[in-house]
Design a protein around this ligand. Structure first.
Ligand code: GAR
Length: 225
């Protein structure tokens, strides 16, 4: 059975969506652990209540980024995960950490990358007056928020939106696409060619992700939804 470790820093709603999808869809994989960079993260308590190993590693207790990442990697590797999900994990990772997990490490980002890498994506979306916003699941590479894109979901920006309303609309889509992308990774169905991700397998185009989810495979097979 494959195993997954989820890294969080706070609320952990994406982590919950992943845990719930894995149970509801009976993935042949288990969520082995939830690890937070802040011991008080709300998501840890939720995971513990469900019998998932949950650990806080306080980044403030480490003198350098390298030391924190080494401690984090040691904790992760105890679970020998096949995949690691950054789910609202608000830390910049060191090159050694990223290299160690190359091909196994996914992140969810609240924008349609490559637009708006970094923080405050919803505020920036509103300030730029963009009409379509969304979220992206991507492989983590050395360049922050720039790895090969696995899945994206788009939402409209509506008149009268504020940051909170827009964030909530995007978050709903995050909860749909992140479990799906992780499942693809755990099933060994993601192929990266020249920086572009292809989803293999017969149901790749019928993923049931909904009309707002654009992956390379559903775009190439049937045109934009
Ligand atoms: C999510 O919106 C996620 O996309 C974002 O933080 C939020 C965490 O929420 N991640 C980033 O901004 C990473 N750069 P959650 O803790 O409820 O999943």
């Amino acid at each position: 059975m494959k195993s997954l470790v989820i890294l969080i820093s706070g609320r952990g709603s994406n982590m919950r969506a992943i845990v719930e999808a894995a149970a509801a869809e009976r993935w042949p994989s288990r969520v082995a652990a939830v690890i937070s960079s802040l011991p008080g993260a709300a998501g840890l308590a939720w995971a513990r209540e469900r019998g998932i190993a949950a650990e806080g590693i306080d980044h403030r207790a480490y003198a350098s980024r390298e030391q924190f990442d080494a401690a984090l990697a040691e904790c992760i590797d105890r679970h020998a995960p096949d995949a690691i999900a950054l789910a609202g994990f608000m830390r910049i990772l060191t090159p050694a950490f990223v290299a160690h997990y190359e091909g196994r490490l996914l992140n969810i980002h609240p924008s349609l990358l490559p637009a708006f890498p970094g923080l405050h994506t919803h505020r920036l979306a509103l300030e730029h007056g963009i009409k379509i916003h969304g979220c992206t699941v991507h492989f983590v590479t050395l360049r922050l928020d720039h790895g090969p894109i696995v899945a994206q979901a788009a939402v409209p920006v509506l008149p009268g939106d504020n940051e909170d309303a827009l964030a909530a609309r995007v978050l709903e889509q995050e909860h749909r696409i992140y479990p799906r992308a992780l499942r693809w990774l755990l099933e060994g169905r993601l192929v990266v060619e020249k920086g572009v991700v292809r989803v293999t397998g017969e149901d790749a185009d019928e993923s049931g992700s909904g009309m707002h989810v654009f992956t390379q495979s559903n775009l190439s097979a049937s045109g934009p939804p």
